[in-house]
Design a protein around this ligand. Structure first.
Ligand code: ZN
Length: 234
């Protein structure tokens, strides 16, 4: 025959275990969700890197086309030099050719810079791609690990819930309804140790009358927070 204090103590310990198990069970889906958000962010990073690469490629293509068109025009102007009727006409053509050549020198520099940018973006695409693969692999590993952990926690939860019911069955019949009503709403906060004359739930000091009741294995609830009290293991 176990005393009321011992049963309440057991119940409180079991309720705390249940709270802990439920919290750990809730963490699994959160971790998976965070992993999925990581994959999404990496996927978007890869897309952005590919877009930057494409934009740089298109810009260089346009400049190379412009370069070739201007080279063709220079060749054309060179061809016209011999057909010039006046010296002035000849000079104008020469100046045009010189200006086009100068413009193409600038363009060639820009094309070189653009090609370097393409290389850089290409590397970034590779990095983002690898990052995405790693993040996906991580997610899958974590998914499997968490699923296993969840299964373990679920069976632990079932085991501890059985313990709870067993301990509840040890409560005196006149006390059980009050305990069940309170524990249904508050869980582990339905119970508190009366430690050193204080309520372990709210730290309010208890009357000596209440402590005496507890020593006599009678039910006492804290007048401040309503917790069902028990004496801690001595
Ligand atoms: Zn209290």
């Amino acid at each position: 025959m176990t005393g009321l204090g011992e049963v309440l103590r057991d119940l409180h310990r079991i309720h705390k275990q249940l709270t802990d198990l439920r919290e750990r069970l809730a963490q699994g889906p959160k971790a998976v969700h965070a992993g999925e958000a990581n994959v999404k962010a990496c996927d978007e990073g890869l897309k952005a890197a590919k877009e930057s690469h494409t934009r740089a490629r298109v810009a260089v293509d346009q400049k190379q086309l412009q370069l070739r068109q201007r080279e063709a025009r220079i060749a054309d102007l060179n061809g016209k030099l011999n057909a010039c009727a006046t010296n002035r006409e000849y000079q104008t053509l020469k100046e045009q050719i010189a200006a086009d050549r100068q413009a193409n020198l600038v363009l060639e520099d820009e094309i070189l810079e653009g090609l370097e940018a393409i290389d850089t973006f290409q590397r970034k695409v590779g990095q983002a791609d690898r990052q995405l693969q790693l993040t996906r692999e991580d997610l899958e590993k974590n998914r499997k690990r968490i699923a296993q952990e969840q299964a373990g926690l679920e069976s632990e939860l079932a085991r501890v819930t059985d313990q709870l019911h067993e301990a509840e069955s040890r409560l005196p019949d006149d006390i059980r309804p009050e305990y069940l009503r309170l524990s249904k709403v508050r869980g582990e906060d339905a119970l508190a140790p009366a430690d050193g004359g204080f309520c372990g739930g709210c730290n309010q000091s208890l009357t000596s009358q209440m402590v005496a009741e507890l020593r006599l294995a009678r039910l006492a609830a804290c007048r401040n927070c309503g917790c069902l009290l028990y004496l801690p293991d001595s």
